[in-house]
Design a protein around this ligand. Structure first.
Ligand code: FES
Length: 384
C-alpha cells in the first residue's frame, strides 16, 4: 500500500468525514486505486447463495476436517493406550507392538493431511479468486498514513467476509475439531512420557535394566545353552566343551522351560540374550586385566560378554583369537577380551557388559545372576 496517503493516482482523496462514511467495498476499491492496484476480476465464488453445489462443497471441506479430527484423536489414543512395550518375535502381542510406530505415523500424518486438504479445499471453493495488478511504492521511511491503515483493515475484513467463513458453522466446527485434535496430539507428544512411566516396575526381566539371564526366583539356576538350529533341542555347555581360543554364542536356559517349545524358542529370539562365551588360551588368560567389581565374574579361562554392542546395539559377533579382540561389524568398534572387553577402537565408548558365570556340580556352565549393568547402548537414566 502507499505510505504517503496524501495523493492518489487521480488526486481526488476523500476527506476524513467521507472516509468514515464509506462502505467496506468502497474502501477496498479506494485502497486499490491509491496503490495503483487494478482489480481485473473479483468474482463471488457462489453468486447464488445456498445452492446444492455450495452445500456439497461445504460438506466435503467439513469431511476432511472431521477426518483430521478423528485421526488426531486416534493419534492421542494410540500414543497413550496402544501396547508399546517391547515384545520379542514369537511372544504373544508381538503383532500389536510392531504396529505401534506405524499407528502413530499414520494417524498423525492423516491429521496433518486432512487439515491441509480441508484448508486447500476451502481456499479453492470459497475464497474469491481475484485477479489484480499492483504497482509498488516506496514509503520514504515514513509510517503508514491513516488512509492506508483504514484501507488495509478494510481489505483484510473484506477477505474475511468474502471467505464466508463467518456463516459456515459446519466448516468452522469441523476445522476447530481438527485443529483441537492436532493440538491435543502435539501437547500429548512431550507429556506422554510422563503419563506412561517407562521405569515403572523396572525390576523384571523385560525392563531395560535386565535380560533373560535374570533368575525368575531366588536360587533358580540359569544354564548356558547353545543353538543347534532346532529350537526344541536343549544342548547345554559343559566346561570341557570349548578349546582355548574358542568362542561360542550361548543363551539362557532354565529347567522350568524344558518341554515348553514356545519358551525355548523365545530364548533364542530375545535380543539381549545372546552372550559370547570365550575360552581364552592359557597364555592369554594369564594377561587378563579385570574390571573393578568384576574380579570373580569369569570361571577360570571362561569369560562371558554380552553380544549387544555398547555403541548402538549391533551384535558383536566376531572374536579374533590371535589378538583377543571382539569386533562389531556395524561401525568397526573393537573390544579387548583381555581387558574386560573395553573398547580400543571405533565409536563405542563403554565396555561390553560381562555376565558373571561359574560351573555347577554337574559340570555345566551357569550364570551366577544377571548382568550388573544394562547391556547395549546408553540411555538417559543409565549411570554406568
Ligand atoms: S553398533 Fe557396534 S560399532 Fe556401532
Amino acid at each position: 500500500m502507499s505510505s504517503s496517503g496524501t495523493e492518489g493516482p487521480d488526486n481526488t482523496l476523500p476527506s476524513e468525514a467521507e472516509l468514515a462514511e464509506m462502505s467496506r467495498d468502497e474502501l477496498v476499491k479506494l485502497g486499490g486505486k491509491l496503490d495503483g492496484v487494478e482489480l481485473v476480476d473479483y468474482p463471488e465464488p457462489w453468486p447464488v447463495k445456498g445452492t446444492r453445489a455450495e452445500k456439497r462443497a461445504e460438506r466435503i471441506v467439513a469431511l476432511w476436517f472431521t477426518i483430521a479430527g478423528l485421526a488426531g484423536l486416534a493419534f492421542v489414543v494410540g500414543l497413550i493406550w496402544w501396547p508399546w512395550q517391547y515384545k520379542a518375535p514369537g511372544e504373544s502381542g508381538t503383532f500389536l507392538y510392531s504396529l505401534y510406530t506405524p499407528v502413530l505415523g499414520v494417524t498423525l500424518g492423516l491429521t496433518i493431511l486432512g487439515l491441509g486438504i480441508g484448508v486447500l479445499l476451502y481456499t479453492k471453493k470459497f475464497i474469491p479468486h481475484e485477479l489484480a495488478v499492483q504497482e509498488r511504492h516506496d514509503g520514504n521511511g515514513e509510517g503508514s498514513a491513516e488512509i492506508d491503515r483504514k484501507t488495509i483493515v478494510a481489505h483484510l475484513e473484506d477477505a474475511g467476509a468474502r471467505s464466508t467463513i463467518g456463516r459456515r458453522s459446519l466448516v468452522k466446527r469441523s476445522m476447530g475439531f481438527a485443529g483441537g485434535a492436532l493440538g491435543l496430539g502435539l501437547i500429548g507428544l512431550p507429556v506422554a512420557s510422563f503419563i506412561k512411566d517407562p521405569w515403572k516396575d523396572s525390576d523384571n526381566e523385560n525392563s531395560l535394566w535386565h535380560t533373560g539371564w535374570l533368575p525368575k526366583h531366588p536360587g533358580e539356576v540359569v544354564y548356558m545353552r547353545r543353538n543347534t538350529g532346532k529350537p526344541g533341542e536343549i544342548s547345554l555347555v559343559r566346561v570341557e566343551d570349548l578349546d582355548g581360543g574358542a568362542m561360542e554364542t550361548v543363551y539362557p536356559f532354565r529347567e522350568s522351560e524344558r518341554g515348553d517349545e514356545e519358551a525355548l524358542a523365545a530364548a533364542f529370539l530375545r535380543s539381549d540374550n545372546p552372550v559370547m562365551l570365550i575360552r581364552l588360551r592359557p597364555e592369554d588368560a594369564a594377561k587378563v586385566v579385570k574390571r573393578k567389581g568384576q574380579e570373580d565374574f569369569n570361571f577360570g579361562e571362561y569369560y562371558a560378554y554380552t553380544k549387544v554392542c555398547s555403541h548402538v546395539g549391533c551384535p558383536t559377533s566376531l572374536y579374533e583369537q590371535r589378538t583377543n579382540r571382539i569386533l562389531c561389524p556395524c561401525h568397526q568398534s573393537q573390544f579387548d577380551a583381555l581387558h574386560y572387553a573395553k573398547p580400543i577402537f571405533g565409536p563405542a565408548t563403554r565396555a561390553l557388559a560381562q555376565l558373571p558365570i561359574t560351573v555347577n556340580d554337574e559340570g555345566y556352565l551357569v550364570a551366577r545372576g544377571d548382568f550388573i549393568e544394562p547391556v547395549g547402548p546408553a540411555f538417559w537414566e543409565r549411570k554406568s
